[in-house]
Design a protein around this ligand. Structure first.
Ligand code: C2O
Length: 622
């Protein structure tokens, strides 16, 4: 009791106490820590880093759920059945024509498609549990790979002993691409339609007001007025019921149509923002996609950091660091918004909002289809951001990336091994997306509000303790011009092509905590109410609880946060080139203020944690 009271107090005090602790010694210590980390990271790049085999063969443990007062050791079994036949190598299909994935909001009136879609899922759901193509096992595939059920392997199949994790790194996009690729193939084969495609949930589309709503196809009934009258099992002229899709799906009842997914969704501000007009949401959404997709030039910024046989994002000792790209961070918001948030009736939050359960909602696969589509769109975007202005956006070309292998079950229930290098072009996999040129161009050409914050740099109180607390905190960022040394390890052709960013290194994030914070440059007065669509805004970080719960009463009993393996250590990167340009910071050597605005869920899990600590904050070029 005493401890919690103290924690709460120090939250409240953090701002004031920062002023007294701003001593030169601390400053020195902070920059010393930064360089130590750099040296360690350099030394920690041994020649032994190899591509990973992400396989569901071999050791598998149940996925841990949060302890309750009554029960300490709780878990859910997500392990997949062992392959019954010899494992195959994936071969790229012979592509005669491309299958076209279409936007879910445009499919509401396509009776033939909706019926096919429903039938395919009904059949998938009816498959027995030992069939890896069953809906249960499709969910388990995501659950086990996102929650470290398996051990990481080398390509020769020996294990590294590290838990296997497909999020927080460059594997995020290719792995999810192949997850839904096989999911779609299985659905198609169940209805004998090899051309079947998943619909994509086109939430970035601000042109059509229905695009960002939960599409009709995922609701219990098709509600469109234009829906043709049908004879059906629900009466002579009843609406068609999406039989399998809705039953048992837990979603936030406040987020049903006509509500539109706000891509800057903040659960703690939900009441305040309930009156936002559609125009406000639309503008904020465009700004968010612009920052999280358009503003990312390098593979590192968009796809995330490396994942190889040295990567272990979960252990406290000699930890290596996960790093999500803009794609992943942006995508987390939809998970959060569709899910139930704090619903005491479902203590495990069995919904889109936690990775463990997200794959149980069919909207998950269509959400990821849009993430996958945006990956294609991103690669074709012009640069116009680096000083050079002509950098080509492309995937990593590292050996460790290209040779990384995943295993999935295909439409014949055979286990196949897929190499990342075969996943990078969707055309080669035989599918494409209906072009959404007009809607895409809205966020590509977005202009944030031009207001520039005015303040005197010398007046700003910057924090020297490397902690992100409950209140907005400002830090000082030292800057320098890019040099040849900064080019190393990047895909830029010259220093003029480097994309500038700010990185929070080694942020310790409780695994079960929903975390979101926004970052502004030279905006020390930014608060939770500050509009994200400002010149000074550089983006958001979101972390989904990859286990469970944000339930208030359980939250009081939480004890496990101090266990080392309950934290993830992440690097969190924001791209700054465009914002600096907007703010008129043209000199490479001008230091800037970085202000972090935390948007944690009130009463959510981890609310009692004093602060998220990190090892250093620095400028980095990619
Ligand atoms: Cu594996 Cu949308 O998450």
């Amino acid at each position: 009791m005493g401890e919690r009271a103290m924690d709460k107090e120090s939250w409240g005090r953090s701002r004031a106490s920062l002023r007294i602790t701003a001593t030169g010694r601390k400053l020195l210590w902070a920059s010393y820590m930064c360089s130590i980390v750099l040296v360690l990271q350099y030394l920690a790049q041994p020649a032994s880093a190899d591509p990973v085999l992400a396989s569901s063969v071999g050791f598998c443990k149940p996925v841990r759920l949060e302890a309750t007062a009554e029960e300490k050791n709780r878990s859910v079994q997500c392990c997949l059945p062992a392959p019954r036949r010899a494992i195959k190598r994936f071969k790229l299909p012979h592509v005669h024509h491309l299958r076209v994935r279409r936007p879910a909001h445009e499919l509401a009136n396509d009776v033939e498609y909706v019926n096919k879609y429903n039938l395919a899922y009904e059949r998938m759901n009816a498959l027995p549990a030992d069939d890896p193509r069953s809906f249960l096992r499709q969910w388990h595939t995501h659950c086990s790979f996102c929650k470290e059920a398996y051990l990481q392997r080398r390509l020769n199949t020996s294990t590294t002993g590290y838990p296997l994790q497909l999020h927080y790194s460059w594997t995020f996009l290719p792995w999810h691409r192949m997850l839904i690729y096989f999911h779609e193939k299985i659905l198609g084969s169940l209805i004998n339609d090899p051309d079947f495609t998943l619909p994509f949930w086109n939430w970035d589309n601000q042109l059509d007001a229905t695009a960002g709503q939960i599409p009709q196809i995922f609701l219990p009934y098709q509600q469109s007025n234009r829906w043709p009258r049908q004879r059906g099992r629900h009466g002579r002229y009843g609406k068609i019921r999406n039989t399998f899709l809705y039953e048992g799906k837990r979603r936030n009842p406040n987020h049903m149509p006509p509500k539109v997914l706000p891509l800057t969704f903040d659960a703690s501000l939900e009441k305040e923002r309930a009156n936002w007009t559609h125009d406000q949401i639309r503008h904020a959404n465009l700004g968010q996609v612009y920052e999280m997709v358009y503003n990312k030039v390098s593979a590192r910024e968009y796809l995330g950091g490396p994942y190889d046989t040295n990567s272990n994002f979960t252990e406290a000792v000699n930890v290596t660091v996960g790093e999500s790209g803009g794609s992943e961070s942006l995508h987390n918001t939809a998970h959060e918004w569709v899910g139930m948030l704090n619903n005491t009736a479902y203590p495990d939050n069995e919904d889109m909002g936690v990775f463990t359960y997200a794959g149980r909602d069919p909207i998950f696969y269509s959400h990821h289809a849009n993430v996958d589509r945006l990956w294609n769109v991103w690669k074709a975007l012009p640069d116009k951001i680096t000083p050079d202005g002509h950098r080509v956006r492309k995937d990593y070309d590292d050996y460790d990336f290209l040779e990384t292998e995943f295993t999935f079950y295909d439409e014949n229930a055979d286990m196949v091994i897929v190499k990342v290098k075969d996943t990078l072009e969707s055309n080669k996999l035989g599918y494409t997306y209906q072009p959404m040129v007009e809607a895409d161009s809205l966020w590509i050409n977005h202009k944030p509000n031009g207001t520039k914050p005015s303040y005197k740099r010398s007046d700003v109180r910057v924090s020297t303790s490397n902690a992100i607390g409950r209140h907005p905190t400002s830090f000082k960022l030292r800057r320098h011009a890019p040099t040849a040394a900064d080019l190393r390890g990047t895909q830029a052709q010259n220093v003029q092509q480097l994309s500038e960013g700010v990185v929070f290194e080694h942020v310790r994030v409780p695994e079960l905590m929903y975390v979101r914070f926004d970052v502004f440059l030279d905006s020390p007065s930014a608060t939770a109410e500050t509009d994200e669509d400002e010149s000074a805004y550089v983006g958001t970080f979101t972390h989904l609880p990859s286990g469970v719960t944000t339930v208030t009463d359980l939250g009081q009993k939480m004890v496990h946060v101090e266990d080392d393996d309950m934290y993830r250590t992440l690097n969190i990167r924001f791209s700054t080139s465009l914002a600096l340009k907007r703010l008129g910071v043209t000199d490479w050597n001008t230091d800037v203020t970085v202000t972090v605005v935390p948007r944690f869920r009130p009463h959510g899990y981890g609310w009692n944690i004093k602060a998220l600590t990190f090892s250093c904050l620095r400028q980095e070029f990619t």
